[in-house]
Design a protein around this ligand. Structure first.
Ligand code: ASP
Length: 335
């Protein structure tokens, strides 16, 4: 279905989890600045008449390059001390999609996912093969050490200690999913796109792949709806979360906020999972439900003013007026 042109909208996330005591004021400031820059860079594409895929890619590249997020530089470590990156992108207009999994030498996995969508007959490439493809299109490889940050290394050490002490994911102190990045955009043509990029879960083993690069689970877009998820990926795969949200919107005409809340705040917790998502429909309505303490998030709509928030109870003090359930205003769909 095609929709009338609307003012462009961009929504981003930098992961769900966020425990207040973990954030120093300096770190919080840096994260807010990075989210703002991602919004500005992505929105600049939309303002220049570029499409939703361009905006999603530009916003995600900023966050992949920032070591404070679990994507690109700053990705979490696997159990074996490696950084294995996953990303996906989907164009809601054509329903074309591209994804890469388990890459270790790609600086911006979202750009490789996009190249898979645009330059191959495939949707998903993995590991070494994906890197051979990258080289074949002239995308330079980086040394795996590029992704290493001391903070993530210490996070792995903590998780390994918890493993040794027999703590499960649920009762371990280490947030094992945290900092994944994503974006959804609506361009001036009324077309939507979604993208997600992650290092996955700290301490992951055996080539584990989460929901982020799986079309329909962590990332999905069609002509009515675009979603990028973040959270405990196994539950997003089992609920086919992003697709489940969009199908309610597309097929059942459920309002976006309700559709997103059903999946994120009911279905996923009912199975024992947690996390959040950003969702956007073709009318510019935004939903950002999450069931964790907080979620790094931001949005920019017709006003052109970037809004950024972190905590669950946050009034970010911006000029967005309190909005009825289905409008672009503060879209926090809290439980
Ligand atoms: N969903 C990601 C995964 O399971 C992690 C995250 O969102 O933080 O790989």
């Amino acid at each position: 279905m095609s929709h009338a042109a609307t003012p462009p909208v961009l929504v981003i996330h930098g992961g769900a989890g966020v425990i207040k005591r973990d954030l120093t004021p300096a770190k919080e400031k840096a994260i807010r600045a990075a989210l703002t820059k991602a919004l500005q860079d992505g929105y600049a594409q939309l303002k220049a008449g570029k499409d939703a895929v361009d905006a999603v890619s530009a916003a995600i590249v900023v966050l992949e390059d920032d070591p404070d997020f679990n994507a690109g530089r700053g990705a979490v470590f696997t159990h074996d001390g490696r950084n294995e990156l996953d990303a996906a992108i989907m164009d809601g207009d054509s329903q074309g999609a591209g994804a890469v999994t388990g890459v270790t030498r790609i600086r911006n996995p979202i750009l490789l996912a996009r190249a898979v969508m645009e330059k191959t007959p495939y949707v998903m490439l993995s590991g070494a093969g994906a890197e051979v493809f990258a080289q074949s299109i002239g995308m330079p490889l980086v040394d795996p050490s590029y992704f290493r940050t001391e903070e993530r290394w210490q996070q792995l050490q903590k998780a390994l200690k918890e493993d040794a002490a027999g703590k499960s994911h649920a009762d371990g102190e280490t947030e094992k999913h945290f900092g994944t990045v994503g974006a959804v955009a609506l361009d001036a043509q009324g077309h939507l796109a979604a993208g997600t990029s992650t290092g996955g879960m700290v301490d992951k083993r055996w080539g584990r792949i989460g929901d982020s690069p799986i079309i329909g689970a962590g990332t999905y877009a069609n002509s009515d709806c675009a979603v990028s998820g973040t959270g405990w990926g196994e539950y997003y795969i089992r609920t086919v979360a992003a697709h489940a949200i969009c199908m309610q919107v597309s097929e059942m005409r459920v309002p976006l906020k309700r559709a997103a809340a059903v999946v994120i705040n009911q279905q996923i917790p009912a199975l024992g999972g947690n996390g959040g998502a950003i969702a956007l429909d073709a009318h510019g309505n935004i939903a950002i439900p999450f069931n964790t303490d907080g979620m790094y998030r931001g949005w920019i709509d017709a006003s052109g003013v970037p809004h950024v928030a972190i905590y669950g109870d946050e009034d970010d003090g911006t000029s967005v007026p309190p909005a009825p359930a289905e409008s672009t205003g503060d879209p926090d769909g809290q439980p």
